[in-house]
Design a protein around this ligand. Structure first.
Ligand code: FMN
Length: 213
């Protein structure tokens, strides 16, 4: 007959086995993790997309990705606007769009990207982007020559699609002044970009948690 000590030992082993199996199951399912508070942390997918000729907006995009990836269970896809597919858009929980400032507004490539939501991807009339999280970032050559307008026009396109827009970094998103050279982007601006990515991932998780209830 097993001694009480042996019994306690074997029930501890069973408990350990069940716990490990549960953790392995959750990891292999890949769709949720548990916080210390015992809450489910859903997996979210974030598309970070941008246009960049001289590399400044691309540098900010990489920092946005870094911030988003700092949130556990977040899958991030980084693509130039011209190669985004319908699948990229519709499979994402959040879309973060970056543009250089061209004449105080988003660049033509970024505008074409939004127009293609209809021409190529047919988002309307079903509002297929509805309730996805949206955010913006921008780089401009001068300190005050259209970065905020650029971010606001990106957010306006998202609002028109019934997305849930959020800021982060700055009041309207993250931005940097390049003075025509991507090396001009400073640490604080890159930190703002990381902050934006992190905030979008956090909010996308909140929305996902609410909509799965
Ligand atoms: C056609 C064109 C128009 C521009 N218009 C503005 C402008 O109105 N305001 C501004 O601050 N910078 C303007 N710039 C500078 C770019 O916004 C800036 O160099 C930006 O960081 C470039 O981004 P990229 O390095 O990702 O290509 C303009 C550049 C070009 C090529």
């Amino acid at each position: 007959m097993a001694s009480p000590c042996t019994q306690r030992h074997s029930s501890n082993s069973s408990l350990l086995f069940v716990s490990v199996a549960l953790i392995l199951f959750m990891l292999s399912a890949g769709c949720a993790s548990w916080s210390w508070a015992g809450e489910v942390s859903p997996s979210v997918k974030i598309l970070v997309t941008y246009h960049s000729l001289s590399g400044g907006t691309e540098r900010m995009a990489e920092a946005v990705v870094e911030g988003a990836k700092s949130v556990p269970n977040t899958v991030v896809v980084l693509k130039r606007v011209g190669v985004v597919t319908a699948e990229d858009l519709f499979s994402s929980d959040a879309v973060i769009v970056g543009s250089p400032v061209y004449w105080s507004n988003m660049s033509g490539e970024v505008k074409t990207f939004f127009d293609n939501w209809q021409f190529k991807f047919g988002v309307f009339p079903e509002f297929k982007m509805k309730n996805k999280v949206g955010a913006a970032f921008a780089t401009g050559g001068q300190v005050s020559s259209g970065k905020e307008v650029t971010m606001l026009t990106i957010l306006a396109a998202m609002l028109g699609n019934q997305m849930i827009v959020v800021s982060g970094g700055g009041a309207f998103g993250a931005s940097a002044t390049t003075e025509g050279d991507s090396q001009g982007i400073d640490k604080r601006e890159l930190a703002d970009a990381r902050d934006l990515g992190q905030r979008v991932a956090d909010v996308a998780k909140l929305i996902s948690r609410i909509s799965s209830k």
